[in-house]
Design a protein around this ligand. Structure first.
Ligand code: BGC
Length: 810
């Protein structure tokens, strides 16, 4: 529809109806308005898959690699294809708008949602994010650029006030959002936090630059619960308050318009934006709707598998990889993460994948009938206990694998009863009469020993095992954070000795209380084998095998929404495990399964080190492709990895008196490392393939002046494949301005492209450096400027390895 047609629809609604549309109808839906042919629109998290409206383990979703793995692709085409897969998933689930991508930056390695953000560099995040957005929206589904802006850490995330100067905002934190608007994004989500004294749902940044200068014509949806005050948010350019049906707008906003504190024009503009969104996603009468579209059979899993390999970063390779499967007799596969990998981070982004390939399964599938696999899990990691699940439990009523979920009235009458697959129940079905939620199961024990059970939730809780009361008490709510209340409530644990081959009857209950969600989480941890013995077995397996593959990583509870990390050390005795295995077998490949940086103190001892990130459901299939050379590890670091947390130049996430000052200004990530003069363990951009390259020639020329945009550069980089295999190389171009009259990063990424070449072949990479990479924000004049003079152009393979330099006059 044209803008005028949409405006006519707005004109048909009275004030109450218009304002009514601006708060959600439910947690995930907007309101319908038959008077203008508007249907409900469904929103869904999150970046690594489309969950749909329910937290229900039976409603599965394709699970993509998490955002840091997508940042590692340096491949807009593949990012776009993954965006398309998200759109297909959305349409399969009747979702109109996907609440992704997250465009905040890797400001510190401790950020709890680091895994959900793309990169530390604004240009890499911008290009990858824009590609995802275009992919999603190509199929009529809205993407959401979130969280606008400076939501780069989690501590006090609802109230945190970020202090950041205007230039840093423009050049660093706003840049990916500006790119999203240039890519035509249909939704922007305003963040919980404040910037420079004003919470984002009330912040002037919604008007300028977002809607004014950048010309964003879509709608600004709030983060869930982020609209707190009526008038301030309504006049600031916030368009839609989620979730609903309650909220601070409604009747209060109608009254504010009537009393003249909020102009009705502001309401009309919001409704226009909402109708524009509805028109785009086919939710207006006459629109085509969103007929479900299925991704062509089988190829979605192939795409995800390809994405795993393409995002995997090879940090180090002492001539170990790729492995020759035909020459191997035995492989030791070591580590807990080999059979229980972390596929995604925790929080609102979580989905339930239907099919998962673990590293152990992926390696097994590749070596079946060829080589022997010795699996040794190593010592326990001490992470959060696992919820009950169908692999260990049976429904006490039916005997089926899984658990029984019941909802009861205050006098114990059963309101509903259903078979479920997990002891983590986040949204049990409730009616007004519902009083108690209960999960029960028969848990199979293996060997005799001490089992630890846990129960999580709010209100009165109890946990009974074989008739014995293990936990009894009341958990009070101590946070406002919806991600904690609904997804990760506090847990209490207790242990009991159970015999071997036993079926333990587990019954957990919570009473429902207002404003505490409905989650009930029931966990069980089996008796742990002696850690010394587990370590010794792993070392023995490594010694006996031709090659050892050790999969290590972070554990549940770390790398989660709602909390920042406090350490980058691998949990449990994993560092000791890797060091011991590498000492026993020099042909040791370490696979690191984490969403963000961890310390790798043994890195120089390992034969090869791969980063798998949170790889999604095809983890093991993609890993096996890389290990055995069916695919090159395609990833390059989207973020600098320091040797230790203490080395990281920017790490603070804890606010002081509610404020967090971005005192480092423009210098985050590699820029901070360069400024500090210290070398990290691995630079931004680093990543090896299976061949080698020489950088031979760099040519940079200025392109003709474009109207008002300053000059862009055309850069050509000649590289030669000097190794034995065909390969793909990500050619990176940085700019520097040593003689600048303004403060600048030592250098900054200005462009990149990937080339492929056969062994011995020379190819030329053409990299366009857009004019915006040459400009800087002049805070006093509140505008962009491009400094005249000479630019240094550097080309190479990472922010710390740039063998070619040229100069060009701008
Ligand atoms: C998160 C958002 C998410 C929303 C809805 C919030 O707590 O910050 O990223 O989209 O919840 O689940």
């Amino acid at each position: 529809m044209t803008r005028d047609e949409l405006l006519r629809l707005v004109g048909r609604l009275d004030l109450e109806r218009k304002v009514g549309l601006l708060t959600g109808a439910t947690v995930w839906r907007t309101r319908a308005e038959p008077a203008v042919g508007l249907r409900e629109m469904v929103f869904s998290d999150g970046p690594a898959g489309v969950r749909g409206e329910e937290w229900d383990e039976r409603r599965s979703s394709m699970l993509l690699p998490s955002a840091s793995a997508l940042g590692a692709l340096w491949d807009e085409r593949l990012a776009g294809e993954l965006g398309e897969l998200l759109a297909f998933e959305a349409r399969r689930k009747g979702v109109h708008a996907v609440l992704a991508p997250t465009l905040n930056l890797h400001r510190t390695p401790l950020g709890g949602r680091h895994f959900e953000c793309l990169a530390e560099d604004p240009e890499l995040a911008a290009r990858t994010g824009a590609a995802l957005i275009r992919g999603v929206q190509r199929h009529g589904v809205a993407a959401t650029a979130k969280h606008y802006v400076a939501n780069d850490s989690e501590t006090e995330r609802l109230t945190l006030d970020v202090r950041v100067d205007e230039r840093t905002l423009r050049e660093v934190y706003l840049a990916p959002f500006e790119a999203a608007v240039r890519a035509g994004v249909w939704l922007v989500m305003s963040a919980y936090n404040g910037v420079n004294g004003t919470t984002m749902t009330e912040n002037g940044l919604l008007a300028e630059p977002l809607k004014g200068e950048w010309g964003f014509d879509g709608a600004v949806v709030s983060d869930w619960g982020a609209v707190r005050r009526t008038e301030q948010s309504a006049v600031a350019g916030q368009d839609l308050a989620m979730p609903g049906p309650e909220g601070p707008w409604g009747a209060a906003l109608v009254a504010a318009v009537r009393s003249g504190t909020v102009p009705e024009q502001a309401i009309d503009d919001k409704v226009l934006r909402l109708l524009t969104l509805a028109d785009r996603v086919g939710a207006l009468a006459g629109g085509r709707g969103l007929p479900p579209r299925a991704w062509p059979g089988g190829t979605a899993r192939r795409l995800l598998r390809r994405a795993v390999a393409a995002g995997t970063v090879l940090l180090r390779n002492e001539d170990i990889l790729p492995l020759d499967a035909s020459a191997l007799r035995s492989v030791a596969v070591i580590g807990r993460h080999a059979c229980a990998p972390r596929l995604q981070g925790e929080g609102s982004a979580g989905v339930f994948p239907a099919e998962v390939v673990t590293p152990l399964e992926g390696i097994r599938a590749r070596l079946r009938g060829r080589a022997r696999i010795l699996h040794a899990p190593g010592p326990d990691l001490g992470g959060q206990p696992r919820p009950l699940d169908a692999s260990r439990c049976a429904n006490p009523l039916t005997g089926e694998p899984g658990v029984l979920l019941r909802v009861l009235t205050a006098d114990g009458r059963e309101l509903s009863s259903e078979h479920r697959l997990s002891g983590r129940q986040l949204e049990p079905p409730v009616t007004p009469e519902a009083h108690t939620v209960e999960v029960s199961a028969l848990l199979r024990t293996g060997e005799e020993g001490k089992w630890t059970f846990g129960v999580g939730g709010y209100g009165r809780m109890s946990l009974v095992v074989d008739g014995q009361d293990l936990v009894e008490g009341e958990f009070t709510r101590d946070t406002e954070d919806p991600a904690v209340i609904h997804l990760d409530p506090p847990r209490r644990h207790a242990s009991v000795w159970l015999p071997a081959g036993h079926r333990a009857h587990v019954v957990a209950r919570r009473e429902l209380a207002p404003d505490t969600g409905r989650a009930l989480v029931v966990t069980a941890t089996e008796p742990e084998p002696d850690p010394e013995q587990a370590l010794a077995e792993a070392v023995e397996a490594a010694r006996a095998a031709d090659v050892a593959v050790v999969v290590v990583g972070t554990t549940e509870g770390s790398e989660a929404e709602g909390h920042d990390r406090t350490s980058l050390t691998l949990p449990g005795r994993q560092d000791e495990l890797v060091a011991a295995v590498a000492a026993a077998n020099p042909r040791t490949v370490v696979v690191v399964n984490s969403g963000g940086p961890v310390e790798l103190p043994w890195r120089e001892q390992a034969g090869a080190v791969l980063l798998s990130w949170f790889p999604g459901q095809e983890a093991g299939a993609g890993l096996a492709d890389v290990l055995f050379g069916r695919a090159e590890p395609g990833g390059r670091l989207p973020t600098t990895w320091g040797a230790t947390l203490a080395d990281a130049p920017v790490r603070e996430t804890r606010p002081r008196d509610g404020t967090l000052a971005y005192t480092e200004g423009l210098h985050i990530g590699y820029r901070a490392w360069l400024r500090s003069g210290r070398a990290p363990a691995y630079w931004f951009g680093h990543g090896l393939g299976y061949t080698t390259w020489s950088y031979e020639l760099l040519r940079a020329v200025r392109r003709q002046e474009r109207q008002g945009a300053g000059a862009a550069l055309d850069v050509e980089v000649r590289v030669r494949n000097t190794g034995p295999r065909p390969g793909r190389e990500v050619v990176q171009v940085y700019l520097a301005r040593p003689d600048s009259a303004v403060e600048r990063p030592v250098r900054w990424l200005a462009g990149f492209t990937a080339v492929r070449a056969e062994p011995g072949e020379t190819v030329t990479a053409s990299v366009e450096v857009p004019a915006r990479m040459l400009r800087h924000w002049e805070a006093e004049e509140h505008r962009w400027r491009t400094e005249a003079g000479v630019w240094q152009v550097l080309a190479g393979r990472s922010a710390g390895d740039l063998p070619l330099t040229a100069t060009v006059r701008g």
